[in-house]
Design a protein around this ligand. Structure first.
Ligand SMILES: Nc1ncnc2c1ncn2[C@@H]1O[C@H](COP(=O)(O)OP(=O)(O)O)[C@@H](O)[C@H]1O
Ligand SMILES: O=P(O)(O)OC[C@H](O)CO
Length: 498
């Protein structure tokens, strides 16, 4: 990158809004981060206040710039990455959201997606969008808002309402309502976008009864998304990179070649495997999605989405009070009785890939009188390894992953060496942890830097990826398989259909 240039990355996640300043070597030098309110109006419902998302983002920007001792004028470009699928609908005239945002975790539309599946609509959903009929994606949430907010359908028909995922909402606000745009990776998570034809899908819009006039323009991940206004940022700065957070992590991990795979361990876990210019249709309930789109050319990926990873560790801390901090789990697991086979299936909000069982609920199996906090901590960390193996096995069956696949990991939970070792043991494959673990923000920053011609092409960026540590399997295959068979049995007993 050119000397002295800075990029501002906005990482708008499920629990906090962050802004990170990167220097001319794409090193993070300053951060601002603010948590915001999680609203749970009913069991299974999760909402965010769109205005609070915007205000915490603004505060995070101010903090990061002050920390870096920079003014907005000294920022060459902005990259945005965001929690995906979450839906905001707002009035184009006032810029006000008509309802709180419905978050990706929200299951209120499960009956609708179940009904459509029963009526035989899943095949067309898979064929056109690469997704499955699950409440996780945006379409059913958007339809719910139009059906349940008074007057929304009429306003939508009259062209007065705009829909957006969080990237779109932030860009609308940053540009003072001048731009209504998104990128291909975020569009690919809505269930309204045809990932093969690269456009909003009329048939899907009809199926959900959504007027096309609500939809944003879809752009590449590295593109001219608009200029911030003096009002919002105090200077005109171009927004030049946008990707959903898991796709941005794929870019930040430099998984640019077919067969490369990353897995991000935060609240949940999301594994993406690059399948090049082929949209591989999974036969094993994985998703087909757009990994990134550069120069008008989509690069596809298969994705496995797990809803509970680090969140299960949070449950040990906040729900059970077994630990004071997440970092204690590794030591406990290390000291656990090796002869006990305790399994935790963390289906607290149902199970994601490859089971997609919204009604499954969590369970602990195999406890004895000797089972204590150590064994439960171990089972919690191991559940992350087993769930990743579920995805890995599905990817292998689909022919997307092979025995030679190396997994690149990132996210808060990768701080746990114990978990990373358990992961390598279960996958019977190497696990690579990079030095820079802020890969989501890094991916967005790189896209903006590339579009600004201040960073080189992906091949150059890939050379800068540096490994911190490689974890290689220490467990023999037979033991790993025996333990995994126990996990499969535990999952089977947890599914709502058994
Ligand atoms: N040393 C650790 N061992 C186990 N889990 C950890 C450790 N450090 C952090 N975590 C877990 O990682 C998660 C935080 O990761 P992060 O990437 O910040 O998540 P998100 O972006 O989804 O909020 C938390 O759920 C926490 O429980
Ligand atoms: O905000 P995160 O990091 O929990 O990521 C959420 C995912 O994008 C949901 O698909």
């Amino acid at each position: 990158m050119k000397n002295g240039e800075h990029i501002l990355a906005l990482d708008q996640g499920t629990t906090s809004s962050r802004a990170i300043v990167f220097d001319d070597k794409l090193r993070p030098i300053a951060t601002g981060q603010y948590e915001f309110t999680q609203h749970f109006p009913q069991s299974g419902w999760v909402e965010h206040d769109a205005q609070e998302i915007w205000s915490t983002t603004r505060k995070a920007i101010s903090t990061a710039l002050a920390d870096a001792d920079l003014t907005p004028r000294q920022i060459a470009a902005i990259g945005i990455t965001n929690q995906r699928e979450t839906v905001v609908v707002w009035d184009r005239d006032t810029g006000e959201a008509i309802h709180r945002a419905i978050v990706w975790q929200d299951r209120r539309t499960a009956q609708t997606t179940d009904r459509l599946r029963d009526e035989g609509h899943e095949e067309e959903v898979i064929t056109r969008t690469g997704l499955l009929l699950d409440p996780y994606f945006s379409a059913s949430k958007l339809a719910w808002l139009l059906d349940n907010v008074e007057g929304a359908r009429a306003s939508a028909r009259e062209g007065r309402l705009a829909f957006g995922t969080i990237d779109t909402w932030l860009i609308w606000n940053l540009t003072d309502g001048k731009r209504h745009v998104t990128d291909a990776t975020n569009a690919a998570r809505t269930m309204l976008y045809n990932i093969h034809e690269g456009r909003w899908d009329d048939h899907m819009l009809d199926m959900w009864n959504i007027p096309a006039s609500m939809m944003p323009e879809v752009m590449d991940c590295a593109a001219e998304f608009g200029m911030t206004s003096g009002e919002t940022l105090g200077a005109a700065v171009p927004i030049r990179g946008v990707a959903g957070d898991q796709q941005a992590a794929t870019v930040g991990q430099a998984c640019f070649e077919k067969g490369m795979m990353k897995s991000t361990y935060g609240t949940g876990c999301f594994a993406l495997l690059n399948t090049g210019d082929t949209a591989v249709r999974s036969q094993n309930r994985l998703l087909t999605t757009i990994g990134y789109q550069i120069g008008g050319k989509p690069t596809y990926a298969v994705e496995g989405s797990i809803f509970m990873a680090g969140a299960a560790v949070q449950w040990l801390r906040d729900g059970l009070g077994l630990i004071g901090s997440a970092g204690q789990t590794g030591g406990l697991a290390q000291d656990a009785d090796p002869h006990q086979n305790v399994y935790l299936v963390p289906a607290f909000t149902g199970l994601g890939a490859p089971y997609w069982d919204a009604d499954a609920r969590g369970a602990l199996f195999g406890m004895t009188r000797n089972t204590g906090p150590k064994e439960i901590a171990k089972a919690t960390l191991e559940s992350v390894a087993y769930q990743t193996r579920d995805l890995f096995e599905a990817m292998k069956k689909d022919g997307a992953a092979t025995d030679a696949t190396v997994l690149r990991v990132d996210g808060g939970m990768t701080a746990s060496d114990w978990t990373m070792q358990a992961l390598a043991d279960q996958l019977q494959a190497p696990v690579d942890r990079p030095i820079v673990r802020e890969t989501t923000a890094l991916g967005a920053a790189y896209l903006a830097a590339m579009q600004s011609d201040i960073a080189g092409p992906p091949e150059d960026f890939a050379k800068s990826w540096q490994r911190d540590k490689q974890f290689t399997p220490q467990m023999d295959t037979e033991t790993a398989n025996r333990k995994y068979a126990g996990w499969r049995d535990a999952v089977r007993r947890t599914l709502s259909t058994t």
